[in-house]
Structure formats: C-alpha cells, structure tokens
Design a protein around this ligand. Structure first.
Ligand code: GUN
Length: 304
C-alpha cells in the first residue's frame, strides 16, 4: 500500500508555526497584514479567497478584502494596487486569479511591489528565486517542497520530473527542487515519449491541469507522486473512468453532482510508494504557504 502524504496535517503544522511568529511580532507591537483582491463573482475564487481571509483571522494576521466589480478596468486595478503598495499596514497583496478578460493581468502583477508580492508572481521574485537570493516563492510549489521535506522524502540526488511548465507552478517547482539538489526534468505538451521520462522519476510532480492525466504506466513503482491538479468533474462517463465502484466517491458524486480529481489517475497512486491525495494534499498547503509568505514579507519589510 502506498503511503499517503497528509496535506491537512502538514498545513496545520505550518499554520501553527506561523501563528507563533505572528505572536512574536505582536510582542513587538507589530501585526502582519494581507490585502486580498477578489474581482467579480467566480464561485471557485470566492471560496478560495474566503478561505484565505479566514486563515488570516485564525492566525492573527490583519486582512482587508477588496472586491472590485466584474467590469473593473486595468487602470482602476492599477490604481488600487498602487494604493495598496503605499499602505504601511499591508505587507502582502494577493490578487486572486483568474481576472476578467478586459484586465491586463501581466501589467497588474508587475505593478505589485515585489516586497509585498506574497504570491511570488512578480518577475523580480521569479528572478531572485532562480538566482538563489531570498525571495517570496509561489505558494503552491513552496507547499510541494514543504510536503516532501516534512515527510522525510529525500530530494538530494533524486530524479525529479515536473510535468507542466506554468509560471505559477511548474517552473518555480522545478527551481525549488533544483535548490534541494534534485536532478530535475521539466516535461510539457511537446515532450517526446512522456511516459518513458516520467517512469524515471523518483519524485513525480503533476501540474498539468488535466484530470487523471498521469496513468499507472507513467509511474515508476515506489515513486513519490505529488498531484498538484484540482479538476472538477461533473460528467458521469468521466467519473466512471476514475472512480467507478468507489463507494465514497459515488456518494459524493450523488450528493454534489461533481467530484474533484487531480492530474493523477487514482489507479496510478497504487503504483507509487507515497502520494498526495486530492483533495487533502497539495491544495491544503497553498493557503498555509500564503500565510507563511505574508509573515515573511512583514518581517523583511520591517527589518526583522
Ligand atoms: N488562482 C488559483 N491559484 C491561485 C494562487 O495561488 N494565487 C492567486 N492569486 N490566484 C490563484
């Protein structure tokens, strides 16, 4: 039986450490602050942002939720970011993605002060990360590293294969694994004989954004499989492909009309030596790392 890497427990551990740091800052009369910007009415974004604000409250971090309308312009958003950059009680600025199509996302992310870029999306932080300087790293890949570290999975010398090359997950995950002395391969849609490459992986990170993309034949027996995907499936035929006969998932599908599946086919986990489940794996770390980044940004900005 493969070992399950419990994202819920690891996230709770990190949050507890962050709460301690917040307390230590409070003793010096300081309080970290996060501005969360949620545009429009995307249901998934509303759930995520609500959860981020709730985590701030739990840990003693000040938070300000700002909710511009769906019709907001790039100029209005730039003005908002400029204002947040200048507010001293705000240490971190989070702009929940995706944004409506009329907003120039790159211009906006570039406008966030790098010192307040708790998502780690600014090119300055991406550059610092790759140059091995202190940087705010993107939360999801930072969470992947925390799971591996805290589960005692050796990264030094391991063959790590990252499937997916996004700026938000794949690229920074590869860089962070490299900094842990893994031998890193990045795969993508043009990779030839993908399964032959992924089968070399001691650590396989799936960040493709396609439900159940990683099949059992793509996993080396005993490998550690980190599933970054969060895909909602509402189609019965697709459900059957992944979860036919799984009583718990059947019940969830009957109740909600949909279930969440990662980028790894559930059968592929059975080939692994250890894996992160979906839900309850990497996703849980993303918010914990956002909290950690907010405190880190606060400490750096205030010279602690
Ligand atoms: N949308 C999906 N994931 C993320 C994330 O990590 N940060 C932000 N800002 N938006 C997201």
């Amino acid at each position: 039986m493969a070992r399950i890497l419990d994202g819920v427990a690891i996230a709770a551990e990190i949050k507890q450490e962050v709460a301690q740091q917040v307390k230590a800052m409070a003793a010096r009369g300081l309080r970290p602050g996060l501005a969360a910007v949620l545009v429009g009415n995307v249901p998934a974004s509303q759930i995520y942002v609500r959860s981020k604000v709730r985590s701030c409250e739990e840990l003693g971090i000040y938070s300000d939720l700002i909710t511009p309308p769906e019709t907001v312009s790039t100029d209005e958003m730039l003005k908002l970011v400029d204002e947040l950059n200048g507010r001293d009680e705000i240490d971190g600025i989070l702009i929940q993605l995706p944004l409506p199509s009329q907003v120039d996302v790159k211009a906006l992310l570039d406008a966030v002060a790098p010192a307040k870029d708790v998502d780690g999306f600014h090119p300055v932080n991406a550059g610092r990360l790759q140059a091995g300087r202190p940087a705010l790293a993107p939360c999801t890949p930072a969470g992947v590293i925390e799971i591996l570290k805290r589960s005692g999975i050796a990264m030094a010398g391991a063959n790590a294969v990252v499937v997916g090359r996004s700026d938000i997950v794949g690229k920074p995950a590869a860089m962070l694994l490299l900094h842990q002395n893994a031998t890193v391969t990045i795969c993508h849609s043009k990779t030839r004989d993908l399964a032959a490459v992924t089968r070399q992986a001691d650590i396989l990170v799936a960040a493709i954004g396609r439900p159940g993309f990683i099949t059992p034949d793509m996993v080396k027996p005993g490998a550690t499989v980190i599933d970054v995907g969060i895909n909602r499936i509402a189609d019965r035929a697709q459900f059957d492909r992944f979860f036919r006969g799984n009583e718990k998932r059947e019940a969830a599908f009957a109740k909600h009309g949909s279930v969440i599946v990662g980028d790894v086919h559930p059968a592929a986990f059975q080939v692994a030596g250890a894996y992160t489940p979906v839900p309850g794996g990497v996703g849980r770390l993303t918010i914990a790392m956002l909290m950690a980044n907010t405190v880190q940004a606060a400490r750096m900005r205030r010279g602690l």
